[in-house]
Design a protein around this ligand. Structure first.
Ligand code: ZN
Length: 897
């Protein structure tokens, strides 16, 4: 799955069921965690009868099972299912009756009560049921696009239980055979190719699909609606696969043409992945579906990959960021066809095997096919952001034990994805890319169409590399404990040799209550200069003790060194002062990767209280000149923080404004405010980032004026009654509309709210919502927030609206008041996924003890009913207190130095 999951309500604790295997018939309680192993599903036949115009649907699930011992009942999953009939057929074709009981309705655990003891053996269980279309983008859910209803599915993580009764746990992989009955004017698609169509009565038809490869329940997918189906280029046979693979795009009616750019890039991604894995694409087709409303970014269902529509529907007016994300996300989801779909984790504590790998592989494939996207730098920037989260005491580990449903929902975070990818990148470099690939290939070969754990992967890498337990222990030290290492470095001369002294501890920001003593096995790679010219060498060693030494052959007294060569290591560093000064003098000669590591050291030093505001301001001009977008903008987070929390006096504000005007404005002016012919996508993205920073964070009047002029054009209405949004630069549209609502006030708000009702283009809708969310005057901000509860805004769009808030302290009070008055409606509407996101969404930029305390007081009584909110509360509270400590520590004079 890709990114941005919603916050939500749901429920319950999971505990691991204990079961006495020796008992003749199990006498056990409803399992809220893993299901017991004495029932094994072998195959599913699922028949759905779906009319998207209705409010519910019916289904028949026939599941072949093996009862491994005599029993009078079995446990399975099913949620909000109205089961009307259950039959159980034994191997001799004898039919037994059984009763379906919702045993733990909030958790979606059900019991089949046989009413008598049945002997061990094979059975076929058949359940007839009706269920409502889900309103919260889970299970089988209904959305509308331009007035037409569509039905789509999203089963991950644990929503298959809303769609059909079954064994909703990734360890149970079986073939699924689906049929979909629908009105004849409706198109229906599923994971596999359609093999038959049968006419039914009353203008319905029944479409049957080929059996799938063995899949877990969370990968089952289908869709019904008036879809456009567009053929893409066939994916030709390769040395890894004899048959060509058909490729199609599935888009809402009338949008088919706009999915073609996404289809065009797909064959190259698939064949590049096959070359890496040495394993042909293993499913019988590729469909890419543009979903009009979606909880996450995309979902890797084998054969039917679903995406939020803005990632799939592209044209000349699409923001550059969406064009790039379309490729990145497609590479991510297609990488999952191997990592996750072919080889699956048995339980959610190994979700990283899916997500860290797909994130890392997406970067590799993008770097290979689109080097101009600089995916290598994006991987480092996102690892640096993950390090920020990883410095919290309340952060998850990559392999966090799963103790309740909230743990499953909150596992889809920056630690699993971005930290996981960075750790893989580090160990790939340590083992060598070829050896690492050999290990990955062996892992896929050995566990194809089955399940595998972290141990299986680490074992395969150890075997391929011939490395011993020391390597396995080092890798596990990053998977099984939280935190980012901080490596202290100091260069000394000893007996005529340059010796680098290393010491590791946990990186902790100012105000942290965490314990710094912690040990990792860190592959430390250092690059250092060997003479006055540009020549440099790299030396790597595994630091798995608290302290270590590294001799740097050829280094001179004047040598500089970079403690994280190529920024490939997942660690931060703190250099001796003189060493840092020499590195700073040579900053311009470092590759962009290492300039990003340098920028991270500045941000990290500032957050740790080692560097004050003047150090950040001094470093900004050096990095801002970089031709790399990632490097040029790497210090913006610290500058944004200063602007938001520290520029309290006019003089401080004037100093920051002046710095922005001298350092960043010329870069923006160099690009201008309109797209230029043949400009690079990176330039378009840099323009958008700088314009947003200068107009909305720093509020430079000259930048706001230019954006406002574009906004005035965009808010004009054309002959069809629609806004002229394309008259603004599409890459700037979000910032343009934000400036418009802030400067033009109520008239602009009125126009944009009206436009929500007649704009279906997804990127334009997101820009409108960002603009509305950025409104500042209190009455307007309140109207914008209320839209989160209005059907004009789709469920998947709610967080875009609320996250766009640009409020200062006074506005944060208004937001909090609104939230506490409306939280029930908010939670009801967004439904049942991750309440873990809610505290950060409504109070993520809080920065005082009193805000931390009221957050705790409000959420603590609700933890029992909000899935994942416990971790979300702990992290938001901790971030608030860290921000408070950093703010208290600031020397007001530092910003003026
Ligand atoms: Zn994913």
């Amino acid at each position: 799955m890709c990114t941005t999951r919603r916050f939500t309500l749901a429920a319950l604790a999971i505990s691991i069921t204990s079961f006495n295997a020796a008992a003749a018939t199990p006498n056990d309680a409803a399992p809220l965690g893993k299901l017991p192993r004495w029932v094994q599903p072998l195959a599913y036949h699922l028949d759905f009868r779906i009319d998207p115009r209705q409010t519910d649907y019916s289904g028949n699930a026939t599941i072949d099972i093996e009862l491994k011992q005599a029993a009078d009942h079995l446990w399975l999953h099913g949620q909000d299912l109205n089961v009307s009939k259950v039959t159980l057929t034994d191997a001799a074709k004898k039919i037994h009756s059984a009763q379906y009981k919702a045993a733990a309705p909030k958790e979606g655990v059900a019991e089949l009560d046989f009413g008598k003891i049945l002997p061990a053996g094979r059975y076929s269980v058949s359940l007839e049921y009706r269920a409502p279309f889900n309103q919260q983008l889970e299970g089988v859910y209904k959305v509308s696009s331009q007035g037409a209803p569509y039905v789509i599915t999203q089963m991950e993580a644990i929503s298959a239980r809303y769609a059909f009764p079954g064994f909703d746990e990734p360890a149970f992989k079986t073939p699924f055979t689906l049929s979909l009955s629908a009105p004849e004017n409706q198109v229906a698609v599923a994971n596999t190719q359609q093999v038959a169509e049968q006419k039914l009565e009353n203008g319905w038809h029944k479409l049957s699909f080929a059996p799938t490869r063995p899949l877990p329940t969370y990968l089952v997918a289908f869709a019904v609606g008036p879809w456009d189906v567009v053929d893409g280029p066939q994916i030709p046979a390769t040395q890894w696969r004899k048959q060509p693979i058909p490729l199609r795009g599935i888009a809402p009616q009338g949008e088919g043409a706009r999915i073609k750019p996404a289809l065009a890039q797909t064959p190259a991604i698939i064949t590049a992945l096959e070359d890496y894995f040495g394993f042909g694409y293993p499913f019988d087709k590729v469909d890419l579906l543009a979903a009009p409303d979606f909880a996450a970014g995309a979902m890797e269902n084998p054969g039917l990959v679903t995406f939020r529509d803005f990632l799939m529907l592209l044209d000349a007016h699409s923001p550059a960021n969406n064009v790039r994300s379309s490729f990145n996300v497609a590479a991510h989801e297609l990488a999952h066809q191997w990592f996750g779909d072919t080889v699956t984790m048995p339980w959610w504590d190994d979700l990283w095997l899916n997500e860290a790998f797909a994130t890392w592989m997406q970067s590799k494939i993008t770097q290979q096919l689109h080097p101009e996207y600089h995916a290598d730098l994006e991987l480092i920037s996102s690892a640096n952001r993950a390090m920020q989260s990883d410095s919290l005491v309340s952060v998850r580990r990559i392999r966090q034990p799963i103790t309740n449903n909230g743990d499953i929902e909150t596992a889809f975070d920056g630690i699993t994805y971005q930290k996981g990818a960075a750790v893989l990148n580090m160990f790939e470099r340590y083992l060598g890319a070829d050896v690492f690939r050999q290990g990955v290939r062996a892992y896929i070969q050995q566990h194809q169409f089955s399940n595998a754990t972290a141990d299986d992967l680490v074992g395969a890498l150890a075997k391929a590399s011939g490395k011993d337990q020391r390597f396995a222990k080092a890798m596990r030290s990053f998977l099984d404990q939280s935190g980012v290492p901080l490596v202290d470095t100091a260069l000394t001369w000893e007996n005529g040799q340059a010796v680098l002294h290393l010491k590791q501890q946990r990186y902790l920001p100012l105000g942290s209550t965490g314990e710094a003593k912690r040990l990792w096995g860190i592959p430390v790679c250092v690059r250092y200069s060997v003479d006055a010219a540009a020549a440099s060498k790299t030396k790597c060693e595994l630091l798995d003790q608290e302290q270590g030494k590294m001799v740097l052959p050829g280094a001179t007294a004047a040598s500089w060194y970079m403690p994280n060569a190529d920024a490939a290591g997942y660690y931060r560093f703190d250099m001796a002062h003189a060493d840092l000064a020499r590195l700073t003098d040579n900053l311009a000669s470092l590759p962009n990767t290492e300039q990003l590591a340098y920028a991270d050291a500045i941000n990290a030093g500032f957050n740790r209280g080692d560097l004050d505001a003047s150090a950040v301001l001094a470093a900004a001009p050096r990095l801002a000149q970089s031709s790399s977008r990632e490097v040029a903008t790497a210090l913006l987070p610290s500058l944004q923080w200063l602007s938001k929390y520290e520029a309290r006096t006019d003089a401080q504000h004037a100093r920051l404004t002046e710095l922005a005007r001298q350092v960043y404005l010329p870069r923006l002016q160099q690009f201008g405010y309109q797209r230029r012919a043949n400009e690079s996508q990176d330039d378009a993205l840099l323009r958008a980032t700088l314009a947003e920073f200068l107009a909305l964070d720093i509020k430079l009047p000259e930048v706001r004026k230019t954006l406002l002029a574009q906004g005035d054009q965009a808010l004009q209405t054309n002959a069809d009654g629609k806004l002229e949004l394309t008259r603004a630069n599409p890459d700037l549209l979000r910032s343009v509309l934000a400036v418009s609502t802030q400067e033009r006030g109520t008239p602009a708000i009125d126009i944009l709210i009206k436009a929500l009702g007649n704009t279906s283009e997804p990127a334009q809708r997101l820009a409108i919502l960002s603009g509305l969310g950025a409104a500042t005057a209190s009455a307007n901000a309140e109207r914008a927030r209320n839209l989160a509860l209005d059907p004009l805004v789709k469920v998947g769009e709610m967080s875009t609206l609320l996250r766009a808030s640009r409020e200062d302290g006074e506005g944060r009070e208004a937001m909090w008041k609104w939230f506490t008055a409306n939280h029930e409606q908010l939670v009801n509407r967004s439904g049942d996924s991750s309440g873990g996101k809610l505290p950060a969404l409504v109070a993520g930029d809080a920065c005082s003890q009193s805000e931390a305390d009221r957050l705790t007081a409000f959420f603590e009584p609700m933890l029992g009913k909000l899935t994942g909110a416990e971790r979300g509360l702990a992290q938001t509270r901790e971030n608030t207190l860290l921000c408070t400590a950093l703010r208290d520590k600031q020397d007001p004079a530092a910003i003026l130095r």
